[in-house]
Write a protein that binds this ligand. Structure first.
Ligand SMILES: Nc1ncnc2c1ncn2[C@@H]1O[C@H](COP(=O)(O)OP(=O)(O)OP(=O)(O)O)[C@@H](O)[C@H]1O
Ligand SMILES: [Mg+2]
Length: 485
């Protein structure tokens, strides 16, 4: 398969300490599960060619992609708060970069066989989790949240053992970079300071050039990098919270240095609003519960700061670089939530109004997405009945509504306009994914295609898909998503 004239690989240029070159391991009789035409177009690729027989073979790892130089990178990380030592791409292989109208992007196959970093794993990914990653990352992109993306998913009937026997799949992910906090932790923990500096210089020069020549932090570019990563991570997590996204495995090896949402494992978009919701069935202690995500992100940034300390040279400077998380996160969250309420500006008392809103939602376990969308409709002119119906505590709701309407004041048409752009009608709920997965197991991939299109424009009405915007069925509560993928 020949899709790009050249495949530069800037990560490979860092030197052999950073990776192992190896080819993917083939899978028998691969088939197409899903293709992402809009991402293909954005990258200047021909979706039909990607989805052809030759494309399916190549993106399963069965035939070379001409000019690419496949490799698996090494990283380490903290998992569930504990140092886990060396991890690395145990089931992902980077093909290299392609130049595209959207700038250089890396292509990576996930689930394409064992690597030197597989430890006890089989190097595979199951169809179920690959569909979740494909749709989940595109749903986040559709919501305007920074994320890695997914170009194509292929499947094979080759069995994979998880809790039960499942089948294999490979997702081709796309990102400007797949470098994680864990890459920095790896070299720092081993005292490989030259490699650590090479990595940091690479990331700064390529993605954060403004970190050079800044008068901040006594001109220390690595402290500036830490601050930039902190601020971007704060903004990303504020977006997660606002849309009700639970990541599920916020280990430091799943935190992107570019603050892109990465690793769609046990993630979930909230159904009923429960601040302490734990989406990952393996997370017994609730370390990664929805309402803990902002603190966990800071904890992870602290690990990044420790990893960068040999370059920053001064603990005070590193702490100062982390400091802005504490102002950027609340500011971003307030802005996002204010927009969801349709507020044009920030005023005193808004925080209390927001807290009262969330308290009311939590008390009655109101569906998070439906609440905001119905509120939008009300602000646009519909009666308040549809929102009110979501609550058991009707009097509490009435008092809240009066307070909200007073704050909103006149100009509701503009407010509704704003709200429609930030309160999605569709999110990728677990049960929607589950239905698509069940059908895909029977080789019917139409629901994957439908959901992809829907999640790429989640703020639109799509009247033909009203059923996918409703209250989830009871069985949705019993779906258990764990780290097993
Ligand atoms: N089936 C597997 N075979 C080999 N290695 C695996 C497998 N599943 C996970 N790993 C490795 O275990 C570590 C932690 O896994 P985690 O679930 O965070 O990542 P992942 O889902 O494999 O990938 P990514 O973070 O790239 O999306 C990583 O080093 C990962 O490569
Ligand atoms: Mg991971």
């Amino acid at each position: 398969m020949d899709i790009a004239a050249a495949w530069p690989n800037s990560l490979a240029a860092l030197g052999p300490a950073f990776y192992t070159e190896l080819a993917p391991t083939p899978l028998p009789d691969p088939y197409l599960v899903g293709i992402n035409p809009s991402l293909a177009a954005a990258l200047g690729l021909d979706a039909q060619r990607l989805a052809s027989r030759a494309g399916v073979e190549a993106f399963t790892g069965n035939a070379p992609v001409a000019g690419s130089r496949p490799l698996a990178s090494v990283y380490s990380g903290h998992q569930f708060g504990v140092w886990a030592g060396q991890l690395g791409d145990g089931r992902a292989i980077l093909l290299g970069e392609i130049e595209s109208p959207a700038g250089p992007h890396e292509l990576q196959l996930k689930g394409c066989g064992r690597t030197p970093y597989s430890r006890m794993g089989d190097g595979r990914a199951v169809l179920r989790s690959s569909i979740r990653e494909f749709l989940g990352s595109e749903a986040m992109h559709g919501l305007g949240i920074p994320t890695t993306r997914a170009l194509i998913v292929t499947g094979s009937d080759a069995p994979v053992r998880r809790e039960e026997i499942e089948t294999s799949a490979v997702v081709t992910r796309v990102s400007p970079s797949f470098i994680r906090f864990g890459h920095f932790e790896h070299f720092s923990a081993r005292g490989q300071i030259d490699e650590l500096r090479r990595l940091a210089d690479y990331v700064v020069d390529r993605f954060y050039p403004e970190c050079r020549g800044t008068p901040k932090f006594a001109g220390n570019p690595y402290a500036a990098l830490l601050e930039q990563a902190s601020e971007r991570t704060a903004a990303m997590v504020a977006q997660w919270q606002a849309v009700g996204f639970c990541h599920g495995v916020m280990n430091t090896d799943n935190m992107s240095i570019l603050a892109l949402t990465i690793d769609y494992g046990p993630f979930q978009f909230l159904d009923a609003f429960d601040p302490g919701h734990i989406c990952n069935h393996s997370d017994d202690a609730g370390r990664y519960a929805y309402n803990r995500q902002p603190q966990v992100a800071y904890w992870n940034l602290f690990c990044l700061g420790q990893a960068l300390l040999p370059l920053i040279g001064d603990q005070e400077l590193a702490l100062a670089a982390l400091e802005s998380y504490k102002t950027v996160f609340p500011r971003e969250l307030q802005a996002r939530m204010g927009a969801k309420l349709g507020l044009a500006d920030a005023r005193e008392g808004d925080r209390e109004l927001l807290e009262a809103t969330l308290k009311l939602l939590a008390a009655d376990r109101v569906d998070y997405t439906i609440f905001w969308r119905r509120l939008t409709r009300h602000v646009a002119g519909d009666s308040s009945e549809a929102v009110r119906d979501l609550f058991l505590d009707r009097e509490g709701f009435d008092r809240w509504l009066a307070r909200y309407q007073e704050r909103l004041g006149a100009g509701t048409a503009e407010a509704a306009q704003r709200m429609r752009q930030v309160n999605p009608k569709y999110v990728l709920r677990n049960h929607l994914c589950e239905i698509a997965i069940r059908q895909a197991k029977l080789k019917d991939f139409s629901e994957v295609e439908t959901l992809l299109a829907l999640m790429q424009s989640p703020f639109e009405e799509h009247p033909a898909h009203e059923d996918k915007a409703g209250i989830p069925p009871d069985w949705a509560q019993h779906i258990e998503i764990s780290c097993s993928s």
